[in-house]
Design a protein around this ligand. Structure first.
Ligand code: FES
Length: 435
């Protein structure tokens, strides 16, 4: 079940950590956020090591649809309503800065970077689109209403933002990782102060950054309350249309579209990890009807961390941790969020000020309606009677028969049929799983 990126790009290999080492900055997690942060710190002459539990980019980065955009659903009308104009403006400016940084770095890298217009369409709610256009106007973002979009879905129009981008994330990762100090197959089992301990070594650092998708240290930051995970599905079709843009349904439950070379990527079927879904079946039915001459060349799934207010958590791990940082909760906008994380975290480590620190601080207000939903799900699944339990915090696991995995509805950990961990925050396999 390799993604289109994984099946076409060979990533470099790195050795496993052995023995004890010291560094200025240790980054735990070798996805795009970790790689970019190390890349930027390296350019400033800061000594950095990345520890990756598996292979670099083997998690969400390898399974993304790789859109680079500051159009994140209908976020600006939501932010304007829930957080106010200051936050909405900062969110736009920060993500615009991330797009510009990609433009600059990608100009020297062969990674199939190309500009595309971005569209958020609606099946039936024009009012929501108009509210978003109005919000975008208030915060100074050029956008327009588009009525004739090139996807075979009945819709009432779309909000279009021109000149966003898409790329091949693994071609990009190959280039930026070649000068970085990386250890693979080095699972951090525990933190002892500023020392990360793996099965075969340990690294002590002045600063530690956790970019492990879901922050794995439970005793600080309450991420088990502030995040949940969402799973979605993608198919790549040959002999389908060129949609000439990047598209997403505003409802969050619909489909996304983009092309990569001669292929059309269609995403959808999103659901909270550990709950029932139709996986790829809905997408395949859609493809059969709308692209009867197309052939599926690969399919895969993506897993995303969702925050309480739809904005990522980037910065100090918690108020009480001085040299510990994290970046998570990209809400399906992982490529843009990864670049934003690298900008903010490198500024933080280098002691520079940045006007966006406060907006993305993991310690910001977290009394939001989604907190109640997360708490309810956790309580319900903690009280569910089942022999198969998640080693993270003990919730009952659910069998996912399409992907042959045991999935946790609380915070999204996943395990294979033998109890081997596939997705964190669980920090290890389940012992004696088959008993
Ligand atoms: Fe937290 Fe399972 S992922 S209890």
């Amino acid at each position: 079940m390799d993604s289109i990126w994984q099946s076409t790009v060979e990533l470099p290999k790195f050795s496993r950590l052995t023995g004890k080492k010291k560094t200025d900055v240790l980054i735990i997690g070798g996805g795009m956020a970790g790689l970019l942060t190390a890349y930027m710190l390296n350019q400033e002459g800061t000594d950095c090591i990345i520890l990756e539990k598996n292979k670099i980019c083997s998690g969400t980065t390898g399974n993304t649809t790789a859109k680079i955009t500051f159009q994140h659903g209908l976020i600006y009308s939501q932010l304007l309503k829930n957080e106010g104009i200051y936050t909405a403006k900062k969110y736009l400016e920060a993500n615009r800065t991330a797009l510009k940084k990609y433009e600059k770095i990608c100009s020297n890298i062969e990674c199939d970077f190309e500009y595309k217009d971005s569209y958020i369409y609606s099946l039936n709610n024009k009012n929501k689109l108009e509210a978003e256009l109005s919000a975008l106007g208030k915060i100074g973002c050029r956008a327009e209403f588009s009525e004739n979009i090139k996807i075979p879905v009945k819709n009432v129009g779309a909000v279009k933002i021109p000149r966003q981008a898409q790329f091949n994330p693994l071609k990009f990762a190959v280039d930026i990782s070649n000068k970085l100090n990386i250890y693979e197959n080095s699972f951090v089992r525990e933190m002892r102060g500023n020392t990360a301990v793996t099965d075969s070594g340990a690294i002590t650092a002045d600063h530690v950054i956790v970019t492990t998708h879901f922050p794995f240290i439970n005793k600080h930051g309450s991420y088990f309350l502030k995040l949940y995970q969402n799973r979605s599905y993608i198919i790549a079709l040959e002999n389908a249309d060129d949609v000439d843009g990047i598209y997403l349904d505003e409802s969050g439950m619909g489909m996304s579209f983009r092309n990569y070379k001669q292929y059309l990527l269609i995403g959808g079927g999103a659901h909270r990890t550990g709950t029932k879904s139709s996986c790829w079946n809905g997408l395949r039915r859609f493809a059969d009807i709308n692209y009867p001459n197309a052939r599926e060349i690969c399919h895969w799934a993506a897993q995303d961390c969702m925050s309480l207010d739809n904005m990522p958590y980037i910065g100090r791990y918690s108020k009480s941790t001085v040299n510990l940082y994290t970046a998570s909760g990209f809400n399906k906008w992982g490529m843009t969020g990864a670049m934003l994380s690298a900008i903010l975290l490198s500024d933080m480590i280098m002691g520079r000020k940045n006007e966006f620190f406060k907006t993305f601080s993991p310690s910001r207000e977290f009394l939001k309606p989604q907190l109640l939903v997360n708490s309810f799900e956790s309580t319900k699944n903690l009280l569910t009677i089942s022999k198969k339990r998640c080693p993270h915090l003990g919730c009952a696991l659910k069998w996912n028969r399409d992907e042959h995995s045991w999935d946790c509805p609380c915070h999204g950990s996943r395990f294979d049929e033998m109890g081997k961990v596939l997705d964190n925050p669980a920090n290890g396999n389940i012992e004696n799983f088959l008993l």
